[in-house]
Design a protein around this ligand. Structure first.
Ligand SMILES: [Zn+2]
Length: 179
């Protein structure tokens, strides 16, 4: 009897607006890991053959953890994301900052218009305050960002730590993403 009352009270409390304002959605705080690569299919094959990934039975459904540990606290699933055109891949946290690769000056203010120009079909470059012109991929980003047409996306990894041998991840850029 007590348990029934308790659950009814809880349900009513959660579904009713507070002070006339709808309750905010729960914060999205899952951590994801993106492995940017020239060839995501080849990367998944390497990880699968080495026991880090196990394919789901349905075709194209993705992968789940294999017998070996890729992230110390595991992950929920993995899938390939692919686009026809190169994408700017950010951490999803906003507020990232950008620095010149030559003299480490802050180039954040120049970066946003440069990125927008590139997305409109312009060159993938930034006219920097140092006097040079830098490829956007040459800039230093914090949190780290990257450019890629395809990547392997891991959802709900426990912590921002990857433990696979370097040889398996050669040529791969690692982006951690919240949300
Ligand atoms: Zn510069």
């Amino acid at each position: 009897m007590f348990r029934v009352c308790g659950s009814r009270l809880l349900a009513a409390h959660v579904s009713l607006p507070q002070n006339g304002v709808d309750l905010p959605a729960p914060p999205r705080h899952q951590l994801g890991c993106l492995l940017l690569t020239e060839d995501a299919a080849a990367l998944t094959t390497r990880l699968e053959h080495n026991g880090y990934l196990r394919p789901l039975p349905e075709r194209d459904a993705g992968w789940v953890p294999g017998d070996r540990t890729l992230f110390p606290d595991g992950f929920a699933g993995a899938r390939i994301i692919a686009f026809d055109h190169e994408q700017f891949v950010s951490s999803g946290q906003g507020g990232f900052r950008v620095w010149c690769p030559v003299d480490a000056r802050n180039a954040t203010a120049r970066f946003v218009p440069a990125l927008e120009a590139w997305r409109r079909g312009g060159a993938r470059s930034l006219a920097c305050g140092c006097g040079g012109t830098h490829d956007l991929t040459a800039l230093t980003y914090r949190p780290d960002c990257g450019f890629a047409k395809e990547w392997l996306e891991f959802s709900d990894v426990g912590a921002a730590e990857l433990v696979a041998p370097d040889a398996l991840l050669e040529g791969v850029r690692v982006i951690w993403r919240r949300g």
